[in-house]
Write a protein that binds this ligand. Sequence first.
Ligand code: MN
Length: 286
Amino acid sequence: MRLCRFNDNRLGVAESGSVLDVTAALDALPACRYPLPGWDLLIEHLDDVRARIEAIRPTASSLPLDRVTLRSPVANPGKIVAAPVNYQKHLDEVRADSQIHAHNPAHTITIQQAGVFLKANSSLVGAGDGVTLRKRDRRTDHEVELAFVIGRKASHVSSADALGYVAGYAIGLDISIRGSEDRSLRKSADSYTVLGPWLVTTADVPDPGNLDLEIAVNGQQRQKSNTKYLILGVPQLVELASSFYTLYPGDIILTGTPEGVSPIEPGDSITATIEHIGTMQVQVHG
Ligand code: MN
């Protein structure tokens, strides 16, 4: 199932060229009072919501996909975890290019040495929201990444069990200001985490370890690879992250970007595609 959030917090199921409005399925969620949970309620109760979707689907109205504004399919993640330099050829290009590593030795070590980092939740947007550049005097790059969403509470989970804790997959853009600062700062500007175009539940992604991914800017291909080249795959990233902190339903993990990162400018149009997930168009604003 391709689950999306669109327009003014409508819930949808994306099908070929259209979106079924299944917002009424949100009635399956429990009512909340302050303090709200620190994780995403929709993902926590995804099984109940999906059962409700199946029940209302025959009478749901349909909209053309190109007429809706896609938001992040996860509205309230507890955290956004990201993997740095998780493809060898990207690590090679980081080491070779001072504009990328910015003379900070912390940017040229391996993922086994660096571990994962956190991006601010306030950086999260959907494909239809677009990216609005900050620090216009600095180089800012696209990074296309397989993203996955945690489905249930995970602490000290082994890689062998890890895929059972995943709710689904999406395309992630880890937009990055280049420079000497810590990754968590340079990659956390508002709109610098794009998740979309929808969440594809696990049954529709046969093997997260073998997915073609690519990104084009204004129709020109910039990055093209396959997740089989990930140094730490999805299971290993769950094991690593959950050994340091508990992962909760709705937590987003960005798996890292392959080689070919390059600058984006206001007015650019980004097209990102991952096999079995789909394609998303993202506009870059000044
Ligand atoms: Mn990245």
